[in-house]
Design a protein around this ligand. Sequence first.
Ligand code: PG9
Length: 618
Amino acid sequence: MLLAGQSAAVTPDMIQQGSDLPKTWNPPRTAYNYVRREVMIPMRDGVKLHTIIVIPNGAKNLPMLLDRGPYGASNDVDKNVPVLRDAVWSALREWVDDGYIFVSQDIRGKNGSEGDFVMTRPPRGPLNPSTTDDTTDAYDTLAWLVKNVPESNGKVGMIGSSYDGWTVAMALLGPNPALKVAAPQSPMVDGWRGDDWFHNGAFRQGNLDYFTEQSTVAGAADPVPRVGYDDYQTYLNGGAAGVYAEAHGFQQLPWWNRLSAHPAYDAFWQLQALDKLEAAHPSRVPTMWLQGLWDQEDIYGAVHTWEALKKAGAVANNHLVLGPWYHSQINRAGESLGPLKWNGDTSADFRKNVLIPFFDQYLKDEKPAKPLPRVMVFEPSEKHWEALSDWPGVQRLTPMYLGANHQLSFDRPADGEDSYVSDPDKPVPFVPQPVRFSDHAQWSTWLLHDQRFAASRPDVITFQTAPLDHAVRLQGNPIADIFAKITGTDVDFVVKIIDVYPPAFAEQPEMGGYELPISMDIFRGRYRQDLASPSAIPAGVVQEYKFGLPPVNYVFQPGHRIMVQIQSTWFPVYDRNPQTYVPNIFFAKPEDYRAETVSVMRGTNAGSAVLLPVQKGQ
Ligand code: PG9
């Protein structure tokens, strides 16, 4: 219809016909300095796995770097950015600069891949009667890559952190010959002893968000919905972890049903503990097992796998790295960690000067400037790396005893006890409220949080040395050895080794008096005699609670004090022990939660102590 004054000169090209969307869209890629292939790689059972391969233009004879995981291969490379080093996520930049073909794959059932997703799918065997697992999937992927990426030299290295570190460890259980080198970074190895799901039987409740995010749909999903801002209050209101979970529909999740039916270290956990499996099937692949000294998610896996391999006589091709990092910080900026500041970017420097040369050696036949030591550990108080030939070496564990008047000393004290009331209705927070599991800054640095807020609580007992008149160097794996009696029938113990800074610290004034945790962990008392079968604790009878603490390589400087804190709740990162023995704490009832008195013994026979790996000459 024409309006007055309009001309009627309409030509055919003006006329809209059909859709404005073309049938296909192929924008020119002339600005791109790389080729991106998106392929579905067939596994031995016909399931196809979604894989993204990025290849620098003109590549010939380049090695491939493979990462497999549940977090979305498409997220590793921004396909809208034409320059490869800008398109990959920051951890990959140095690799791309060094001339690698990067391959990212979605594991079975996640994101673009076919098949069923199974959370950290157990290796083929009693827990997995199928013909595939992440060992065969890695094997089949490598076989395909070697045949189908003509720009490559047929050699593959695998990296990945956390879940993706677990996939690297799985690949090592039966590696394709094309796998020439590997680096599991903060790998999840044993979900019950000390990695993501539990620590010594205490459940890490923040994982409930991970379960809905990962195991409700194939793509990414949301955390558990909550009304309140403070997760401390949310979890306290929710009751037992299992009650809270099932109020949010978790009965629909097979993974949750398996996990919550196995709160003890039974065959379900033992048979999927990768440190034991790696030691039983050591690979010949040169491997760097790597984790952070303050790794808030997987502080157990790498070091225990390396130690298990050592025990099995298989460390010739295995290296251990303990860096000054939170979980996966190797892949992020590493100039600082919580309040601690380093000299330079410890992550980027490590990737560039150690990790990539280690891969280049086996993938490009390039001799590294310096051969990689068997063990590399950062020393945080003097801020430098140390090369060691062993870990923890010959452990000379020296007891440091809890003494009268909250003293801590290498001398055995007279008999006595210190008591506190542990009330599960007012649990000790792991960081001051408000707690936000979604706050990355809070979560990634909580293992370094100033412990003064806890020291001032009546349900935390604190022991400390006098200011040290000489440096004390710890190198190895400390052990907590607590003797205690309780008025209830179950209890948890949290033990923390802390560096107390002098009241004034000119180098960094805000650190004056800071109580810096060096190594801390939790133990669920019902497992004191047997991790696989819990037992009620006889009320009023002294029992021993002995458990390993995370590795340390640390110099307590003169003028600092060594402190130990003990408490029985660490909430809500760990679920609360009701302190009344019940068959399965996941489903404890409100009336099971009772305030009880915990008495920690000191003295000659049953003298509580931390066994410290004090270095000779100290
Ligand atoms: N820590 C995470 C995780 C690993 C394995 C299983 C579940 C969670 C991660 O960062 O991938």
